[in-house]
Ligand binder design. Structure first.
Ligand SMILES: *Cc1c(COP(=O)(O)O)cnc(C)c1O
Length: 391
């Protein structure tokens, strides 16, 4: 089955649900058993890894509807929901780490994931080394006997470096480490992590899977080999997500293919238009042929989402603010992946440690929504007029 079909059929079973198209929303904490024997039987089956209703926190047909669909789309074995993307990142790492372990983390990782490493993992005796996202096979020199996880995110948050994940995975696996990926940018549609050597894939479902800027959601998918470790890590830490949020995420998922294709088309059009502007120093979009990671993107990815950055020519803070403050269609705010366009300023030089980032050319990240690109271009044009007036 192709992905477009999988998006429609996976995780749904109308025949088991009075013919109702969407998965039922079960609100559950207590589960009642008819006998001690049934209670013990269900708990035994659950301990064996079966999808059995035993207690609300351990999952219901509502959570499985989303988890099964995402696992199928990512090409992994099974998935587990978390109450946010960051919770998914944090508990994925925690599930596989113990005191004395070493984690290799890309310097281009999502900022709050970095904070989790620096402020939580460090307190539990786990060593973290940041590496240049462009390191490729050079990762070999940083691997230690106690390296447990090599964590990748491609393209990088804010800065959009593309990583050679198959090359990194090959070296990590030979050294006995696992590869964990934050696959939020591409969504399960445009990158198939398990085809490229990834063992554990993380989605901030908050972004494109939910798609409507109204729910926090995280989902982790693993290969069969690593499933029991991840599931135990999530269950022991009491991780799950609320049924209404799960429902909205599986509802968003059904239209992911049409939304993402439009985000891609709109994003590329805006990126190309920005490239032609005098005010712009560079556009950081891996689908553009002059992006340094374009060949890796073409080799490994099936598409591009609507999120990218561009850098302005050296300019004052006031000029950057003049550009951003009065945009009408671009909301100023964090997160992305909804139907609407967003703009945010970022200064990667303030947090990078393994690599240097020169912030002379201010970096602006755009999420391109589903509006008409003509209207978006008019809005950005007016922004550049304001920018030029105070530059
Ligand atoms: C937003 C984001 C997260 C965190 O997701 P939340 O649901 O906001 O906690 C993780 N990784 C990436 C790449 C993100 O963009």
């Amino acid at each position: 089955m192709k992905d477009e079909t999988k998006l429609v059929v996976s995780g749904r079973d109308p025949e088991a649900n009075f013919g109702i198209v969407n998965a039922p929303v079960y609100h559950a904490s207590t589960i009642l058993y008819s006998s001690l024997a049934e209670l013990q039987q269900r708990h035994k089956e659950r301990a064996e890894g079966k999808q059995v209703v035993s207690y609300g926190r351990m999952g219901t047909p509502t959570t499985w509807s989303l988890e099964d669909a995402v696992a199928e789309l990512e090409g992994g074995y099974r998935s587990q929901v978390f109450p946010s993307g960051l919770a998914a990142c944090a508990h994925a790492m925690q599930s596989f780490l113990k005191a004395g372990d070493h984690l290799l983390m890309t310097d281009s990782v999502y900022g709050p994931s970095r904070n989790f490493c620096d402020q939580v993992l460090s307190r539990f005796g786990i060593e973290v080394t940041y590496y240049d996202p462009l390191i490729g096979t050079g990762i070999k020199d940083l691997i230690r006997p106690n390296t447990r996880i090599v964590y990748v995110e491609s393209p990088g948050s804010q800065t959009f470096e593309m990583q050679d994940i198959p090359a990194i995975a090959d070296i990590a696996h030979k050294a006995g480490a696992i590869v964990m990926m934050d696959n939020t940018w591409a969504s399960p549609l445009f990158y198939k992590p398990f085809d490229h050597g990834v063992d554990v894939s993380i989605q901030a479902g908050t972004k494109y899977i939910v798609g409507h800027s109204d729910v926090m959601m995280g989902i982790v998918t693993t290969s069969e080999e690593h499933w029991s470790t991840l599931q135990a890590g999530a269950n022991l830490a009491g991780q799950t997500a609320g049924p209404d949020d799960v429902y909205l995420a599986q509802r968003g998922l059904r239209t992911l293919s049409v939304r993402l294709k439009q985000h891609m088309e709109n994003g590329i059009r805006i990126a190309e238009w920005l490239k032609g502007r005098d005010e712009v120093h560079s556009v950081l979009h891996p689908a553009l042929s002059d992006h340094p990671g374009h060949n890796l993107w073409k080799r490994d990815f099936l598409g591009a989402s609507g999120l990218f950055s561009f850098r302005l020519k050296a300019s004052s803070k006031q000029a950057v603010a003049a550009f951003m403050d009065d945009l009408e269609l671009f909301g100023m705010g964090y997160s992305w992946g909804g139907y609407e366009s967003l703009v945010i300023y970022a200064d990667p030089s303030s947090y990078r440690t393994a690599t240097k980032w020169d912030n002379t050319n201010p970096l602006i990240r755009l999420h391109i929504g589903l509006e008409s690109t003509d209207d978006l271009i008019s809005d950005l044009s007016a922004g550049f007029d304001r920018f030029n007036a105070v530059k």
